[in-house]
Write a protein that binds this ligand. Sequence first.
Ligand SMILES: Nc1ncnc2c1ncn2[C@@H]1O[C@H](COP(=O)(O)OP(=O)(O)OP(=O)(O)O)[C@@H](O)[C@H]1O
Ligand SMILES: [Mg+2]
Length: 463
Amino acid sequence: MYDLIWNPKGKIPVAMTIAGSDSGGGAGIAADLKTFASLGVHGAVAITAVTAQNTLSVSRVQALTPDIVEAQIVAVAEDIGIDAAKTGMLYSSDIVETVAKTTRRYSFPLVVDPVMTAKSGASLLLREAVNALKEELLPVTTVITPNIREAELLSGHKICTRDDMVEVAKKISELGPKAVVVKGGHLPNIGKAVDVLYHEGDLVFFEAERIHSTTTHGTGCCFSAAITAELAKGASIVDAVKKAKEVVTLAIRFGLSIGKGFGPVNPMAVLYREATRYPVLKSVEKAMVKLKSSRSSEKWAPEVGINIVEALPYAIDLCDVVGVPGRLRATGRGLMEACPPDFGASSHVAKYVLTALAHDARVRAAMNVRFSEDLLKAAEALGFSISYYDRRKEPLKVKTREGMTIPWGMKQAIMRLGRVPDIVYHKGDWGKEPMIVLLGRTALDVVERFLKILQAMNPSKKG
Ligand SMILES: Nc1ncnc2c1ncn2[C@@H]1O[C@H](COP(=O)(O)OP(=O)(O)OP(=O)(O)O)[C@@H](O)[C@H]1O
Ligand SMILES: [Mg+2]
């Protein structure tokens, strides 16, 4: 659930990123500011270096002088105030020492992402700066978030297993930070993406499904920025890391496929999901009104009723799909619903959409109607693409697993056509009613397509 917690002063919390700029907008301050904004925190910036980079490589690095880094931190701290800060690319030992010295003057929590190399392999921290990081910065750190390679370098121990992550987290904590999170993104032999938090003698594991994706540029920045934003709001370290794990997982899943290399993560996904809830709910309401306004629509209701559904743009499961609870039923006086549309109200029709979405992000809505050869013919004549699946051919291992028939069938229909069709049908099975499912971008779009087909079938009738 999206939550804005304002600080006790009743003001928007302020988080600062002390990091480099990535001209591709994928990592560094760009990722940090997006993460801060999406979590409802005002973001301030102290730039340490300018990098010329894209999704493939870093071509140039120009570090700023330590005094300008210091001046940026002081300017913000003395006027606006800083509720929490994070560091990213610090590049040289001079900058590391200056950041340690300057932040020590204030009492805000400091998250250190000990960035050493970019995903493309370029060095973002000179070798000579590692000692300064250990000796000057770690003693004033609240949470440090090394990835596997960084954790190995800081501790001097190799990591191959989850137990190694724990041992290394404990070892790094001896260097002075209050809490250590060893990130397991680069440990693919552990099936899940596991991070280990070691804090005041306690261990907490954070697990998420490992996403097979190339949109992972800026994962570490997004993760540490989300921890910082939550700390700025006053969250505990454990809660801040928990939230950050949710944010980064969503940011990777809905990463931006741009450029030819590792595309940027999408820290705004967490915000967009929430921002689209109301418009999607309203969209289904509007579509329902439109469908009910057509006198002929009632006779297209199958035994099980009609559902109209629309998924959030960043939908993951059935709870992210709006449908009509109890469906629209034929009453003899038109289609009627028992309750207004709501999230999680459809399981069947919503599964068609979730399967379609995984193949084509533009297809987010669907509705089901009674099976009719005539309707299919009219739709085909209008140029709609049609595909089908045969429920009788459903493999036993799919049949015996609850809720798998529709995803299996929809995948069959997509594979048959080579893309997501406008219309999918099946001719039923024992005790299963045959059905037509219309798909489209929005619920209203789907209803309009349906009414257009009815109109073509019976041009003399209006509505
Ligand atoms: N493929 C993935 N699927 C799910 N979560 C992942 C994946 N890769 C990384 N993560 C998670 O993303 C967060 C950042 O971890 P990662 O190890 O990628 O950091 P990093 O190497 O510092 O990133 P960067 O290369 O951006 O600096 C962690 O919570 C990690 O578990
Ligand atoms: Mg990193």
